[in-house]
Design a protein around this ligand. Sequence first.
Ligand SMILES: Nc1ncnc2c1ncn2[C@@H]1O[C@H](COP(=O)(O)OP(=O)(O)O)[C@@H](O)[C@H]1O
Ligand SMILES: [Mg+2]
Length: 335
Amino acid sequence: MTATATEAPVLEVEDLEVDFISGDKVTYVLEGVSLEVRRGEAIGIVGESGSGKSVLARTILGIRPRGTVVDIRGAVRVSGKDQLAASDGEIRSRAGSLASMIYQDPMRSLNPTVRVWKQIVEAVTNRRRVPAKDAQAHAVDLLRQVGVPDPEARAMAYPGEFSGGMLQRVGIAAAIAAHPDVLLADEPTTALDVTVQRRVLDLLEQVRAESGMGLVLVTHDLGLLADRTDRTVVMYAGRVMETGPTSIVASTPAHPYTKGLLAAIPRLTGPVQRELPAIGGSLPPLSAPRAGCPFAARCPVAQDRCATQRPPAVAVADGHTAHCWAVADEQEATK
Ligand SMILES: Nc1ncnc2c1ncn2[C@@H]1O[C@H](COP(=O)(O)OP(=O)(O)O)[C@@H](O)[C@H]1O
Ligand SMILES: [Mg+2]
């Protein structure tokens, strides 16, 4: 968490819109998402399940869904390179070197029948020929770096021989093997118990600090982001609701949705809460573009126009923005 505003962005997302088309059914998942990550910076993306966080992460990586037509508008650049116009071949050859991802369930992204060392260095060996001995040594180094004990022996093991927490470390080793400019972690700890969660997040922070890459931590739990990210982007129903320094968003949120999220942070010992008891209701259907503010129907301070007019981006403070009519009124009143 040391980035300065003078550094060039490693990730730029501009007004990104993603629709999935299946027959005559259209799902409008992302509706104009913009964000930026600078070198060495860690940002959090937080929002309820179904908000489009994973679709956003996959679109940034250049992964297109199979078997679905997808219509993407806007721009995604990683270190200045267009991720949307790139061919599948280009995306594959870039794989892991520009942007790479750590998944929620590493077991699903790893092949159970292949020794882990081969999978860790796959992104590197796919792009260029590397002698097996060197590739294996690189994998052992990475395992050591992510804190897997006895890395020489563990490199030869299969995924099924690891605990959940250790397997997530293998996933992190694979994601950083090709020195990505941006590392995306999509709910990397939800399957883990609280102590292991914390260790994995500490490890990500350490890796980020050592490598200088940008880190995007995706979660439905705002409480996880404090002290681990410089800035937070709050998403709801495919839109950015609020963005600002994490410490400020988490302590004095401006948007009514963020206030609700904060009130719903699960206790550390309790079960993960999927709904927001503090707000009630659920996400609007994504089968139509959202008119006005997507949160209007659940919002305690909604006005008539919230249902029909898209809220403006309101600058609450330097680097702190909320998309909300009520916040716009408050700002107007204090002028
Ligand atoms: N391939 C797809 N085809 C159609 N709809 C999809 C596809 N992938 C995701 N979606 C829809 O996009 C919405 C957002 O999903 P997702 O990005 O997984 O949310 P989050 O990660 O925030 O929980 C969901 O309504 C989901 O059903
Ligand atoms: Mg998700």
